[in-house]
Design a protein around this ligand. Structure first.
Ligand SMILES: C[S@@+](CC[C@H](N)C(=O)[O-])C[C@H]1O[C@@H](n2cnc3c(N)ncnc32)[C@H](O)[C@@H]1O
Length: 212
């Protein structure tokens, strides 16, 4: 779903501080320096940055990178990072497809999260779902042997879809536990979308994968 949020007034210097240029054919220098300098966590489709801000507070010695293509959403994520004086968060205002076509493999990449990406319940919209074999293959390319991929959803049909997509790249990715999915994860931070799902009585499913 495209964002229906309005844009907000955000000082240009806040945007410029938190939103890094991605680069054209290779990664921009500032982004490369940010990503390579210490333990790194990426959140795809990060929305308004609630999850990332909580993680960044908890782990001040790690770098967090959020990726989202919706401008008003990234504006709010920037505002949040600035309000909490968090200097270990940066954002990319682009699609994850574009980002992963440029990001190389970093040995310090610890985690990649894709939390509550849109379920697109109607069959004719399934092609818009973020979790597809192609994106998992792109993600596999940048993972190292210590990286964990987390995919989180509260949607019953999308949960089955995600499992199928993971199985389809089963020569590239393997489950971290006996099964691909668990229903509980210690210290997972709430976000707007997670709370909406919980309020409807949905179960949250956490898929954890590692590179083979
Ligand atoms: C349902 S929201 C979830 C936001 C957040 N992860 C949360 O848990 O609250 C999905 C987000 O994915 C973003 N998004 C969807 N497709 C994307 C893509 N291909 N690349 C980057 N962002 C995308 C949307 O702009 C939106 O902010």
């Amino acid at each position: 779903m495209r964002s229906r949020l309005r844009t907000i007034n955000l000082p240009q210097e806040e945007w410029d501080h938190y939103v890094l240029p991605i680069g054209e054919t290779t990664l921009s220098g500032p982004l490369f320096d940010y990503m390579s300098s210490c333990a790194l966590v990426i959140e795809c489709c990060c929305g308004k940055g609630e999850f990332l801000a909580e993680e960044a507070k908890k782990h001040p010695n790690k770098h967090f990178l959020g990726i989202d293509y919706a401008y008003p959403v990234v504006q709010r994520a920037v505002k949040r990072a600035h309000a909490h004086q968090l200097d270990n968060i940066r954002y990319l205002h682009t699609t994850i497809e574009q980002a992963f076509s440029l990001i190389p493999r970093f040995s310090n990449l610890e985690r990649i999260y894709i939390n509550f990406s849109d379920p697109w319940p109607k069959k004719r919209h399934w092609k818009r779902r973020v979790i597809q074999k192609e994106i998992l293959t792109m993600i596999h390319r940048i993972m190292n042997e210590h990286t964990t991929l987390y995919i989180v959803t509260d949607h019953p049909d999308y949960k089955d879809w995600i499992r199928e997509q993971l199985k389809a790249v089963g020569t590239l990715l393997a489950p971290v536990y006996n099964d691909w999915a668990v229903n509980h994860l210690e210290e997972f931070h709430e976000s707007d979308y997670m709370n909406k799902g919980l309020a409807r009585g949905y179960t949250i499913t956490f898929f954890l994968a590692r590179k083979i």
